[in-house]
Design a protein around this ligand. Sequence first.
Ligand code: ME8
Length: 535
Amino acid sequence: MSKKFYITTPIYYPSAAPHLGHAYCTTMCDILSRSKKMRGYETFFLTGLDEHGEKIQKNAEAAGITPQEFVDTIAERFLSLWKAMEIQNDKFIRTTDAYHVATVQKIFSKMLERGDIYLSSYSGWYCVHEESYWTETQIEEGNLCPECHRPLERKDEPAYFYRCSQFADKLLAYYESHPGFIIPEARKNEMVNTFIKPGLTDLCVTRTSFDWGIPVKEAEGHVIYVWLDALTNYITALGYLQEDDSNFKKFWEDPESEVVHVIGADITRFHTIYWPMFLDSLGLRKPDRVFVHGLMMMKDGKMSKSKGNAISAYPLIERYGVDAVRYYLATEIPFGENGVFTPEQFVLRINQDLANNLGNLLNRTVSMIGKYFQGNIPSFVSNVTQFDGDLEAMVEKTVRAYEAHMDDLMPTQATADVMELVNRANKYIEETAPWALAKDESKKAELESVMAHLAHVLYVAGKLLSPILVKKSEALFAQLGLGLEEASYDDLLKFGKLNGHVVNKGEQLFPRLDASVEEAAIKALMAAPKEKAAA
Ligand code: ME8
């Protein structure tokens, strides 16, 4: 039976068009999902939209359309972006989908029946932007939101509450017994010290002051709090409490399935405190890991539509191709840390890693095999030159390190492993000097060995990078005379796999960019960050 892997992005608010920050999170999850799938895991990758709540209702009113029309328009933009970014999600959930609405109502009823939810009244502060409730002691001076520092609204209304207090000890025990539950560790300490230790107040889980939400069946006029609605998407999308719940059984209930939520730091509290509690109420297992990734910032701070500093992914994809953008996102910022988008770094990454390191290795190898062996990749023999053994060992080491890093949700590091191998192979060309070997007939075996080793390294690198370079990896295999099916993961350590294949000199995978021209072009895009919808 194959191993299973379930990975999710946050479901984004369709309050404005998506920017490179959203693309960042979704692309990283796509890379992790594809890398597991490539290794034979059964995977399920979920993304989607969080369409209810007061913020959406207010935005729609401001635009003079209904909330449904509003979210429908923006949903199209998210879908177009995921298509352009070559995102291979298994499902796209929208919380206005009928199955989700019906299931959330069932979930609410279950919690009510168990007594985990009770009716009372809410009197306190609410942040519309964060869709968050705050107590008197949590708010900032001037009645501002402690999270986004915007003015809070005073609320006094009858409401249902979720009994959080009873779960605090269980939660701490879960953190203790599952050391890798929240990554990075610092986030866990923040949750424990800031929210759990001071005492968890019961959470208000319904609203009556607006109606753009899932109605509570038991009480007219109440809609379910957007976070209770949103968090449960991770199980409703799998079919929980629905007729066909096969994916739920396979990817959630099966203890063999690894469940990973990837989120931004701003929503850690909801995923590591409230979500495990809700799951407790439902008697369900908790996710294995909540991975908190960093933010993609601009020089003047967090990328956001309201600041007007967000850069769209489209013009970058149009100009440099989707693989260059995916590669930049995967490698520029170690996953888990914050990073800043700059045109200089974008161009440098593509030039250094893709045009120079990988591109050169491919061009030189294919050209030499063409020149010295009429395009036929020579048969692989181990340890012919004094440098072969080292390169073979490095191939094995790279595959192991890559798998370990991907398993640890470190795709940036996994990519660096591959690039080190590519670098090493370029050095191997200098060490073995094939142009000199070619002049000496007695060195033919060595020349054959060098070409066979280089071709194999390119196959390995192309395969390991294929979750990122989803199009160019195919072009790379074609230059090695390998069909897509043939370039299988299982054969990476089968040296000799390419024996007898015939190379095809193709176009450069990543032409070298003129840095000053391209930096200026990207700066122009940043100065006018107009959303350009996909055709
Ligand atoms: O919080 N850099 O939705 P949201 C990197 N609906 N990632 C970024 C980013 C940036 N500049 N900007 C946004 C919500 N993100 C809720 C989630 S989940 C049940 C409900 C990513 O549209 C990051 O992953 O505000 C962040 O957590 C998410 O978008 C927030 O999206």
